[in-house]
Design a protein. Structure first.
Length: 131
């Protein structure tokens, strides 16, 4: 699919394209994403930069929230926990913990190919009008 037409769970997210983040699927409200780390994603230690980890966590939560709210969402708050160095192929999963009237409480995880937990996050996301 040409890059201009690529979507993640139906939404065009140019920054996700730029970073190389791909959708894997959605089941029972849990979105799954994948990122094959390249040199452009690393820090001076050769491991995943914290910014790419936060981006992957944010998009995982955001896609789950958008599917639940059935409209675009904005991240109001994101708290990330870095548990292990990220290397190789990373998989993220995002889900809605609770959907309120004005905000959605979400969580996300990132695991390595080995199953090792790399990072977790919690966040508040707000549904917004379609622009």
């Amino acid at each position: 699919m040409p890059e201009t037409e690529r979507t993640i769970f139906g939404a065009k997210i140019p920054f996700a394209d730029h970073c190389g983040i791909e959708e894997l699927g959605v089941a029972e409200g849990h979105t799954r994403l994948r990122l094959a780390l390249g040199p452009e994603h690393t820090n001076n230690l050769g491991i995943a930069h914290g910014g790419i980890i936060c981006t992957l966590l944010d998009i995982a939560m955001g896609t789950a929230a958008r599917l639940k709210a059935q409209r675009p969402v904005l991240t109001l708050d994101l708290q990330a926990r870095f548990l292990a160095p990220g290397r190789g192929l990373l998989t993220a999963e995002g889900f809605v913990v609770r959907a309120g009237r004005s905000v959605l409480f979400c969580e996300a995880t990132i695991t390595a190919e080995t199953g090792e937990l790399i990072a977790t996050a919690s966040g508040l996301l707000k549904p917004v009008a379609q622009s």
